[in-house]
Design a protein around this ligand. Sequence first.
Ligand code: HEC
Length: 204
Amino acid sequence: MKKTILLLSILAVVIFLTNCNTTGEKKKGIPTASTDTISQIKSPLETGQEMAMKTKAILGKHLVTAIQDMGTEGAIEFCSSRAIQLTDSMSTVLGSRIKRVAERNRNPVNVASADELSYIKEIKASLTRKENPKPQLKETTETYTAYYPILTDQLCLQCHGDKKTDIKPATLSTLNRLYPGDKATGFKLNELRGIWVVEMKKAK
Ligand code: HEC
């Protein structure tokens, strides 16, 4: 009796293991093929765009909440202490370097480099020609760097628009206090405010 139970248990274990193996192999076969196909389809430009848009969503959500809770001036203090922090933490989460830079920057840290400026010039020219601004990709042996335009919408103008008509006096005085060298006012709707720069390490 004991022997039969032992044999049955061994048989059960063997069946279990074989089953496991075959399903294991099947599983291994299917998802690898499909994930491989997905990663082949997604270009560095698409991957970078996804990262920039995720970061934009986080920043946007915090900005809107800050304006609702503390008004525009309060939100400036929030942007001033948290915008770069949030962008950097998204870089860590997404495993790439993500930043926002501008030709007419507010925070001196966000000044565009020569490479970034040349992309900004191209985008400005294409907007003048009424074309859709296109992203751009630069490649080195180890990295891809992707650039995407940041256009203004109505929300932006209360802090980046015309100093007389769009920005309230109280907002302007907070901006002047926190950013004495601010170049980021005088923007109109749908104008290029800055760019996203996403630097991705190539897979080895
Ligand atoms: C409540 C005021 C406020 C609003 C609204 C606002 N910004 Fe800003 N923006 C700021 C402040 C303050 C900074 C500087 C942040 C820092 O010090 O890191 C900034 C920085 C930036 C930067 C980084 C480059 C630079 O100049 O330092 C970009 C790009 C930008 N804003 C785009 C936008 C866009 C696009 C919108 C609309 C969707 C917007 N902002 C709405 C206050 C605002």
